[in-house]
Ligand binder design. Structure first.
Ligand SMILES: Cc1cc2nc3c(=O)[nH]c(=O)nc-3n(C[C@H](O)[C@H](O)[C@H](O)COP(=O)(O)O)c2cc1C
Length: 330
Protein backbone atom coordinates (compact mmCIF):
# COMPACT_ATOMS: atom_id res chain seq x y z
CA UNK A 1 0.00 0.00 0.00
CA UNK A 2 1.15 3.56 -0.67
CA UNK A 3 2.34 5.42 2.41
CA UNK A 4 -0.18 8.25 1.91
CA UNK A 5 -3.62 6.67 1.75
CA UNK A 6 -7.26 7.04 2.84
CA UNK A 7 -8.09 5.63 6.24
CA UNK A 8 -11.24 4.18 7.71
CA UNK A 9 -11.79 4.66 11.45
CA UNK A 10 -14.96 2.76 12.31
CA UNK A 11 -17.67 4.37 10.19
CA UNK A 12 -15.53 7.41 9.36
CA UNK A 13 -13.79 7.58 6.00
CA UNK A 14 -10.83 9.94 5.91
CA UNK A 15 -9.17 11.05 2.68
CA UNK A 16 -5.66 10.65 4.05
CA UNK A 17 -3.55 9.66 7.04
CA UNK A 18 -1.75 12.85 8.10
CA UNK A 19 -3.26 13.96 11.41
CA UNK A 20 -2.89 16.85 13.82
CA UNK A 21 -2.29 15.56 17.37
CA UNK A 22 -3.90 17.16 20.40
CA UNK A 23 -1.43 19.69 21.84
CA UNK A 24 -2.72 21.60 24.88
CA UNK A 25 -2.26 25.35 24.60
CA UNK A 26 -1.63 25.22 20.83
CA UNK A 27 -4.21 23.25 18.86
CA UNK A 28 -7.09 25.67 19.39
CA UNK A 29 -9.68 26.01 16.66
CA UNK A 30 -7.79 28.80 14.93
CA UNK A 31 -4.61 26.78 14.61
CA UNK A 32 -6.58 23.69 13.61
CA UNK A 33 -8.23 25.75 10.89
CA UNK A 34 -4.80 26.68 9.48
CA UNK A 35 -3.74 23.04 9.65
CA UNK A 36 -6.81 22.04 7.62
CA UNK A 37 -5.91 24.72 5.04
CA UNK A 38 -2.39 23.32 4.87
CA UNK A 39 -3.51 19.75 4.31
CA UNK A 40 -4.27 18.05 7.64
CA UNK A 41 -6.55 15.08 6.97
CA UNK A 42 -7.88 14.96 10.51
CA UNK A 43 -7.58 17.20 13.54
CA UNK A 44 -8.05 16.74 17.27
CA UNK A 45 -8.83 19.31 19.92
CA UNK A 46 -6.61 19.48 22.96
CA UNK A 47 -7.71 17.53 26.02
CA UNK A 48 -10.91 18.77 27.66
CA UNK A 49 -11.96 17.89 31.18
CA UNK A 50 -15.03 15.63 31.40
CA UNK A 51 -15.64 16.97 34.92
CA UNK A 52 -15.62 20.57 33.67
CA UNK A 53 -17.98 19.70 30.81
CA UNK A 54 -20.56 18.14 33.11
CA UNK A 55 -20.38 21.24 35.29
CA UNK A 56 -21.35 23.11 32.09
CA UNK A 57 -17.99 24.89 32.00
CA UNK A 58 -18.37 27.55 29.28
CA UNK A 59 -14.62 27.81 28.82
CA UNK A 60 -14.26 24.09 28.23
CA UNK A 61 -17.03 24.10 25.61
CA UNK A 62 -15.32 27.01 23.84
CA UNK A 63 -12.09 25.00 23.81
CA UNK A 64 -13.62 22.19 21.78
CA UNK A 65 -15.73 24.11 19.26
CA UNK A 66 -15.29 23.20 15.61
CA UNK A 67 -13.43 25.55 13.28
CA UNK A 68 -15.40 26.77 10.28
CA UNK A 69 -13.40 24.84 7.69
CA UNK A 70 -13.00 21.75 9.86
CA UNK A 71 -15.15 19.32 7.88
CA UNK A 72 -14.20 16.56 10.32
CA UNK A 73 -12.67 16.73 13.77
CA UNK A 74 -12.21 14.80 16.97
CA UNK A 75 -12.76 16.05 20.51
CA UNK A 76 -10.44 14.68 23.16
CA UNK A 77 -11.79 14.13 26.66
CA UNK A 78 -10.01 13.19 29.84
CA UNK A 79 -11.43 11.66 32.97
CA UNK A 80 -11.33 8.51 35.03
CA UNK A 81 -14.98 8.02 35.93
CA UNK A 82 -16.93 5.97 33.37
CA UNK A 83 -20.14 7.69 34.46
CA UNK A 84 -18.77 11.23 34.10
CA UNK A 85 -17.14 10.37 30.77
CA UNK A 86 -20.47 8.93 29.56
CA UNK A 87 -22.26 12.16 30.49
CA UNK A 88 -19.52 14.43 29.10
CA UNK A 89 -19.59 12.64 25.74
CA UNK A 90 -23.39 13.04 25.69
CA UNK A 91 -23.02 16.79 26.16
CA UNK A 92 -21.02 17.05 22.94
CA UNK A 93 -24.20 16.65 20.83
CA UNK A 94 -24.42 20.36 19.83
CA UNK A 95 -20.82 20.23 18.62
CA UNK A 96 -21.37 17.02 16.61
CA UNK A 97 -17.78 15.75 16.68
CA UNK A 98 -16.81 13.10 14.14
CA UNK A 99 -14.70 11.25 16.71
CA UNK A 100 -14.46 11.27 20.49
CA UNK A 101 -10.95 10.55 21.73
CA UNK A 102 -9.96 9.46 25.21
CA UNK A 103 -6.74 10.79 26.68
CA UNK A 104 -4.69 8.04 28.33
CA UNK A 105 -1.34 9.77 27.99
CA UNK A 106 -1.32 13.09 29.80
CA UNK A 107 1.58 13.07 32.31
CA UNK A 108 0.60 16.24 34.21
CA UNK A 109 0.10 15.56 37.96
CA UNK A 110 -3.08 17.68 38.11
CA UNK A 111 -4.61 15.17 35.67
CA UNK A 112 -2.96 11.92 36.80
CA UNK A 113 -3.75 12.40 40.48
CA UNK A 114 -7.43 12.08 39.58
CA UNK A 115 -6.71 8.72 37.91
CA UNK A 116 -7.07 10.25 34.42
CA UNK A 117 -4.62 10.72 31.54
CA UNK A 118 -1.65 8.34 31.72
CA UNK A 119 -2.83 7.14 35.16
CA UNK A 120 -5.61 5.25 33.35
CA UNK A 121 -2.86 2.97 32.04
CA UNK A 122 -2.14 1.89 35.63
CA UNK A 123 -5.61 0.44 35.72
CA UNK A 124 -6.40 -1.20 32.36
CA UNK A 125 -9.69 -2.58 33.72
CA UNK A 126 -10.93 0.95 34.44
CA UNK A 127 -9.52 2.14 31.12
CA UNK A 128 -11.74 -0.46 29.45
CA UNK A 129 -14.76 0.71 31.45
CA UNK A 130 -14.14 4.34 30.47
CA UNK A 131 -13.88 3.40 26.79
CA UNK A 132 -16.99 1.22 27.03
CA UNK A 133 -18.94 4.12 28.63
CA UNK A 134 -17.90 6.59 25.93
CA UNK A 135 -18.67 4.10 23.15
CA UNK A 136 -22.13 3.58 24.69
CA UNK A 137 -22.68 7.32 24.98
CA UNK A 138 -21.60 7.80 21.38
CA UNK A 139 -24.07 5.11 20.26
CA UNK A 140 -26.93 6.56 22.31
CA UNK A 141 -26.24 10.28 21.80
CA UNK A 142 -23.85 10.95 18.94
CA UNK A 143 -25.05 8.59 16.22
CA UNK A 144 -22.30 6.10 16.99
CA UNK A 145 -19.30 8.20 15.96
CA UNK A 146 -16.04 6.30 16.42
CA UNK A 147 -14.23 6.45 19.75
CA UNK A 148 -10.43 6.55 19.62
CA UNK A 149 -7.89 6.25 22.40
CA UNK A 150 -4.46 7.85 22.79
CA UNK A 151 -2.01 5.97 24.98
CA UNK A 152 1.65 5.93 25.98
CA UNK A 153 4.00 2.95 26.41
CA UNK A 154 3.04 2.62 30.04
CA UNK A 155 3.50 4.41 33.35
CA UNK A 156 7.24 3.79 33.67
CA UNK A 157 9.94 1.45 32.37
CA UNK A 158 8.88 -1.28 34.82
CA UNK A 159 5.26 -1.21 33.65
CA UNK A 160 5.24 -1.17 29.85
CA UNK A 161 1.66 -2.24 29.09
CA UNK A 162 0.61 -0.53 25.87
CA UNK A 163 -0.47 -3.87 24.41
CA UNK A 164 -2.71 -4.70 27.35
CA UNK A 165 -4.24 -1.21 27.35
CA UNK A 166 -4.76 -1.17 23.59
CA UNK A 167 -6.46 -4.56 23.80
CA UNK A 168 -8.71 -3.38 26.62
CA UNK A 169 -9.67 -0.35 24.49
CA UNK A 170 -10.28 -2.55 21.44
CA UNK A 171 -12.48 -4.99 23.38
CA UNK A 172 -14.47 -2.05 24.74
CA UNK A 173 -15.20 -0.83 21.21
CA UNK A 174 -12.43 1.64 20.33
CA UNK A 175 -12.05 2.15 16.59
CA UNK A 176 -8.45 3.36 16.59
CA UNK A 177 -5.56 3.57 19.03
CA UNK A 178 -2.82 6.17 18.85
CA UNK A 179 0.43 5.20 20.55
CA UNK A 180 3.00 7.74 21.73
CA UNK A 181 5.73 5.29 22.71
CA UNK A 182 7.20 7.05 25.71
CA UNK A 183 6.34 6.20 29.29
CA UNK A 184 4.68 8.69 31.59
CA UNK A 185 7.99 8.88 33.48
CA UNK A 186 9.78 9.94 30.29
CA UNK A 187 7.45 12.88 29.74
CA UNK A 188 8.58 14.30 26.40
CA UNK A 189 12.29 13.59 26.87
CA UNK A 190 14.51 10.98 25.29
CA UNK A 191 13.51 9.21 22.12
CA UNK A 192 10.17 7.58 21.45
CA UNK A 193 10.46 3.85 20.74
CA UNK A 194 8.86 3.35 17.36
CA UNK A 195 9.35 -0.44 17.58
CA UNK A 196 6.38 -0.42 19.95
CA UNK A 197 4.25 1.25 17.26
CA UNK A 198 5.27 -1.46 14.79
CA UNK A 199 4.49 -4.13 17.38
CA UNK A 200 1.02 -2.72 18.10
CA UNK A 201 0.19 -2.10 14.43
CA UNK A 202 0.91 -5.76 13.70
CA UNK A 203 -1.06 -7.00 16.72
CA UNK A 204 -4.25 -4.94 16.58
CA UNK A 205 -7.24 -5.40 14.26
CA UNK A 206 -8.05 -1.67 14.23
CA UNK A 207 -5.87 1.12 12.84
CA UNK A 208 -2.94 2.29 14.94
CA UNK A 209 -1.75 5.87 14.63
CA UNK A 210 1.81 6.73 15.55
CA UNK A 211 3.01 9.73 17.52
CA UNK A 212 6.47 10.69 18.74
CA UNK A 213 9.38 12.67 17.32
CA UNK A 214 7.70 13.67 14.08
CA UNK A 215 9.59 16.89 13.42
CA UNK A 216 10.00 16.72 9.64
CA UNK A 217 8.19 15.19 6.65
CA UNK A 218 11.08 12.73 6.44
CA UNK A 219 10.37 11.58 10.01
CA UNK A 220 6.75 10.91 9.05
CA UNK A 221 7.77 9.01 5.93
CA UNK A 222 10.12 6.87 8.01
CA UNK A 223 7.52 6.19 10.70
CA UNK A 224 4.93 5.08 8.14
CA UNK A 225 7.48 2.89 6.35
CA UNK A 226 9.20 1.38 9.38
CA UNK A 227 6.20 0.74 11.62
CA UNK A 228 3.33 0.01 9.23
CA UNK A 229 1.11 2.35 11.26
CA UNK A 230 -2.08 3.56 9.61
CA UNK A 231 -1.64 7.27 10.30
CA UNK A 232 0.87 9.71 11.73
CA UNK A 233 0.03 12.46 14.22
CA UNK A 234 2.16 15.60 14.21
CA UNK A 235 2.56 17.34 17.58
CA UNK A 236 5.62 19.47 18.44
CA UNK A 237 6.70 19.31 14.79
CA UNK A 238 3.64 21.25 13.66
CA UNK A 239 4.05 24.15 16.09
CA UNK A 240 4.92 27.18 13.99
CA UNK A 241 4.89 24.84 11.01
CA UNK A 242 1.37 24.01 9.81
CA UNK A 243 2.93 23.52 6.35
CA UNK A 244 4.21 20.14 7.47
CA UNK A 245 1.05 18.38 6.21
CA UNK A 246 1.36 19.47 2.58
CA UNK A 247 5.12 19.08 2.74
CA UNK A 248 4.71 15.49 3.93
CA UNK A 249 2.08 14.71 1.34
CA UNK A 250 4.38 16.07 -1.40
CA UNK A 251 7.23 13.95 -0.10
CA UNK A 252 5.07 10.81 0.05
CA UNK A 253 3.40 11.32 -3.33
CA UNK A 254 6.03 13.10 -5.42
CA UNK A 255 9.23 12.08 -3.69
CA UNK A 256 10.29 15.64 -2.86
CA UNK A 257 9.05 18.68 -1.00
CA UNK A 258 9.85 22.37 -0.68
CA UNK A 259 10.51 24.39 2.45
CA UNK A 260 8.30 27.48 2.80
CA UNK A 261 10.03 30.86 2.83
CA UNK A 262 10.24 33.05 5.94
CA UNK A 263 7.68 35.33 4.31
CA UNK A 264 5.19 32.48 3.82
CA UNK A 265 5.79 31.39 7.39
CA UNK A 266 4.98 34.78 8.87
CA UNK A 267 2.00 35.22 6.50
CA UNK A 268 0.53 32.14 8.19
CA UNK A 269 1.37 33.53 11.64
CA UNK A 270 -0.41 36.81 10.82
CA UNK A 271 -3.45 34.93 9.53
CA UNK A 272 -3.50 33.03 12.81
CA UNK A 273 -3.23 36.31 14.74
CA UNK A 274 -6.08 37.87 12.76
CA UNK A 275 -8.37 34.88 13.30
CA UNK A 276 -7.51 34.70 17.00
CA UNK A 277 -8.23 38.41 17.44
CA UNK A 278 -11.67 37.78 15.95
CA UNK A 279 -12.18 34.88 18.37
CA UNK A 280 -10.75 36.29 21.62
CA UNK A 281 -10.29 40.04 21.17
CA UNK A 282 -6.93 41.66 20.48
CA UNK A 283 -5.52 41.72 24.00
CA UNK A 284 -6.04 38.05 24.83
CA UNK A 285 -5.12 36.98 21.29
CA UNK A 286 -1.81 38.84 21.42
CA UNK A 287 -0.87 37.19 24.70
CA UNK A 288 -1.56 33.76 23.18
CA UNK A 289 0.28 34.64 20.00
CA UNK A 290 3.58 35.49 21.72
CA UNK A 291 4.53 31.83 22.10
CA UNK A 292 3.03 31.07 18.70
CA UNK A 293 5.13 33.68 16.89
CA UNK A 294 8.18 32.34 18.72
CA UNK A 295 7.29 28.88 17.45
CA UNK A 296 7.09 30.20 13.88
CA UNK A 297 10.47 31.89 14.33
CA UNK A 298 11.97 28.68 15.70
CA UNK A 299 10.37 26.19 13.29
CA UNK A 300 12.26 25.05 10.23
CA UNK A 301 15.45 26.20 11.97
CA UNK A 302 18.34 28.44 11.23
CA UNK A 303 16.66 31.81 10.99
CA UNK A 304 19.22 34.61 11.38
CA UNK A 305 18.70 36.67 14.54
CA UNK A 306 16.00 34.29 15.82
CA UNK A 307 16.95 34.66 19.49
CA UNK A 308 16.73 38.45 19.33
CA UNK A 309 13.47 38.21 17.47
CA UNK A 310 11.94 35.93 20.10
CA UNK A 311 13.05 38.31 22.81
CA UNK A 312 11.05 41.10 21.19
CA UNK A 313 8.05 38.89 20.36
CA UNK A 314 7.42 37.88 23.97
CA UNK A 315 6.73 41.54 24.81
CA UNK A 316 4.26 42.28 21.98
CA UNK A 317 0.96 43.71 23.26
CA UNK A 318 -0.92 44.51 20.05
CA UNK A 319 -1.24 43.23 16.49
CA UNK A 320 0.64 46.37 15.40
CA UNK A 321 3.53 45.39 17.71
CA UNK A 322 3.83 42.00 15.97
CA UNK A 323 3.84 43.68 12.56
CA UNK A 324 6.48 46.19 13.64
CA UNK A 325 8.72 43.47 15.12
CA UNK A 326 8.52 41.14 12.14
CA UNK A 327 8.81 43.93 9.56
CA UNK A 328 11.88 45.44 11.22
CA UNK A 329 13.38 41.99 11.66
CA UNK A 330 13.86 42.55 15.39
C1 LIG B 1 2.80 21.09 25.08
C2 LIG B 1 2.20 19.75 24.79
C3 LIG B 1 0.85 19.56 25.00
C4 LIG B 1 0.26 18.31 24.73
N1 LIG B 1 -1.08 18.16 24.92
C5 LIG B 1 -1.65 16.95 24.64
C6 LIG B 1 -3.06 16.77 24.81
O1 LIG B 1 -3.81 17.70 25.14
N2 LIG B 1 -3.56 15.53 24.55
C7 LIG B 1 -2.76 14.48 24.13
O2 LIG B 1 -3.27 13.38 23.91
N3 LIG B 1 -1.45 14.64 23.94
C8 LIG B 1 -0.89 15.84 24.17
N4 LIG B 1 0.46 16.01 23.94
C9 LIG B 1 1.24 14.90 23.37
C10 LIG B 1 1.32 14.99 21.85
O3 LIG B 1 0.06 14.85 21.24
C11 LIG B 1 2.29 13.94 21.27
O4 LIG B 1 1.78 12.65 21.50
C12 LIG B 1 3.68 14.03 21.87
O5 LIG B 1 4.13 15.37 21.92
C13 LIG B 1 4.69 13.19 21.07
O6 LIG B 1 4.84 13.68 19.78
P1 LIG B 1 6.11 14.60 19.34
O7 LIG B 1 7.34 13.96 19.96
O8 LIG B 1 6.11 14.50 17.83
O9 LIG B 1 5.87 15.95 19.86
C14 LIG B 1 1.06 17.24 24.22
C15 LIG B 1 2.42 17.46 23.99
C16 LIG B 1 3.00 18.68 24.26
C17 LIG B 1 4.48 18.87 23.99
Amino acid sequence: MKLYHPLKIGSLHLPGNLFLAPVAGYTDRVFRSLCVDYGADFTYTELASSEALVRQGEKTFALVKRAQNEARYGIQLFGSSPDVMYRAAGLLVPLSPDVVDINCGCPVPKVTKTGAGSALMQNPANLGKVVEAVVRSSRENLGGVPVTVKIRSGWDSSSINYRECANAAFRAGAAMVCLHPRTRAQGYGGKSDWRQIADLAAALDIPVAGSGDLFTPEDAERMLRETGCGAVMFARGVLGNPFIFNMTRDLLEKGSRETPSYAARFDAAFRQLEMLCADLGEKAACREMRKVFCAYAKALGGMPGAAKLRNALVHAETAADFHAIIESGV
